[in-house]
Design a binder for this molecule. Structure first.
Ligand SMILES: C[S@@+](CC[C@H](N)C(=O)[O-])C[C@H]1O[C@@H](n2cnc3c(N)ncnc32)[C@H](O)[C@@H]1O
Length: 382
């Protein structure tokens, strides 16, 4: 029985990507059958990515081979939409790649190269785009015990949890730098965590001290112990995955879009959750549901490749508006001059509004990483 208790990272890896895992199985509807990403909301999203690709293409001087790498490509819907939105003179030079752990779907455009892993480092020039990928890169979860010591959370096949060993080494260092758990004193500050009633909604912790971690740091071992019952998710596997993805580009732009938090807005009780058939469910690592956690995108900023400008974080709302997506309704005069066009434009305005809604998908974050200098000005100031 004991060997069935695993850390959440290991358990999620098996549940999502093991034999017949939630994502690795070929049959079934794929991600779109369980939740709606921006890609599924409207073709406007793929059209905006096509617009971004054209900016990248221009900044790179229209190379003879222009790569578009979709990491965590689902069923290839984004690539299909981008291909449909591009003019022939761009598609003639385009090399579209889907990097995806699920098998290639039947009927996908034959121009798309389907890869189970990232292409070789520094092999491509163009745009790498990853929509809702990193939230599905498995992470370990920690929880502070009654003494305030941060311990790895172990989970059984039915989702039952118990606490394991204290967190130490690089994982503890990552937490100390990126997700410091508030101590009793800090939690008394406005927005702190102490005194929470059972069932009360979690509140954001105050911005903790930015102390640099010490070598081999063990959380909760010092005098100021974190409050018991806090949770955090260790983002190191995502930082590493992102570094590998960015390194695929010789030159261009790498973008990852996801639901995210930063040091000022970490959820004090974590964000690990499950999704099944459109509904949020308790995460159970048995392959029947998605298991996802928000992404600490700010931890990726120091991962810029050598010689490249720093990455920038912006909201999806700002990114899409910069790419021409706006939720404004068409003028009423169109209803009389072109009723069918008016109805179409109204539908597009509704979809655009959903994509840029600050309380929904518009609140997602885009991390924009230029690789080399040419694309430094794309989606922002140069
Ligand atoms: C939430 S889905 C998003 C699908 C699509 N990008 C969209 O926005 O609709 C996440 C996808 O990432 C894929 N994925 C996760 N880790 C991966 C990895 N290391 N390499 C390739 N694909 C991965 C999963 O199989 C899954 O299809």
């Amino acid at each position: 029985m004991t060997n069935e208790w695993r850390g959440w990272r290991d358990a999620t890896e098996r549940a999502l990507y093991g034999p017949d895992g939630f994502y690795s199985r070929a049959h079934g509807p794929g991600p779109a059958g369980h939740f709606r990403t921006s890609v599924h909301v409207s073709p406007l999203f793929a059209q905006a990515v096509a617009g971004l690709l054209r900016h990248v293409d221009a900044a790179l001087g229209h190379p003879s081979e222009l790569a578009l790498v979709d990491v965590g490509a689902g069923r290839g819907e984004l690539l299909a939409g981008v291909l449909a939105a591009l003019p022939d003179d761009v598609t003639a030079r385009l090399r579209p790649y889907a990097v995806e752990r699920a098998p290639r779907p039947a009927g996908l455009d034959p121009r798309v190269t389907w890869l189970p892993e990232l292409p070789a480092a520094a092999s491509l020039t163009g745009l790498l785009f990853a929509n809702e990928w990193l939230d599905n890169v498995p992470v370990d979860v920690v929880e502070t015990d009654a003494a305030g010591v941060a311990r790895r959370v172990l989970v059984g096949p039915d989702g039952t949890e118990r606490l394991g060993d204290p967190v130490c080494g690089p994982d503890a260092d990552w937490l100390a730098r990126w997700w410091p758990l508030p101590t009793r004193d800090e939690s008394k500050a406005p927005g702190g965590t102490e005194g929470r009633e059972e069932g009360e909604a979690p509140r954001s912790p105050g911005e903790p001290d930015a102390a640099e971690p010490s070598e081999g740091h063990q959380l909760g071992a010092g005098a100021a112990c974190p409050v018991p019952g806090l949770r955090a998710e260790i983002g190191r596997p995502r930082d590493a995955a992102w570094s590998r993805a960015v390194r695929v580009l010789r030159a261009g732009l790498a973008v990852t879009a996801d639901y995210a938090h930063d040091r000022a807005t970490r959820p004090p009780y974590g964000s690990l959750t499950g999704f099944r058939e459109g509904r949020e469910v308790r995460p159970i690592p048995d392959g029947t549901c998605d298991i996802t956690a928000h992404v600490a995108l700010d931890a990726l900023i120091p991962r810029a490749p050598a010689g490249s400008p720093p990455a920038r974080l912006l909201t999806q709302r700002d990114a899409l508006r910069a790419l021409g997506v706006d939720g404004r309704r068409p003028p009423l005069s169109l209803a009389s001059s072109d009723p069918a066009g008016y109805v179409r434009a109204l539908g597009a305005a509704g979809a655009a509004a959903e994509l840029i809604d600050p309380a929904g998908l518009g609140g997602f974050r885009w991390l924009v990483q230029p690789v080399g200098g040419a694309c430094a000005g794309v989606l922002g100031e140069g």
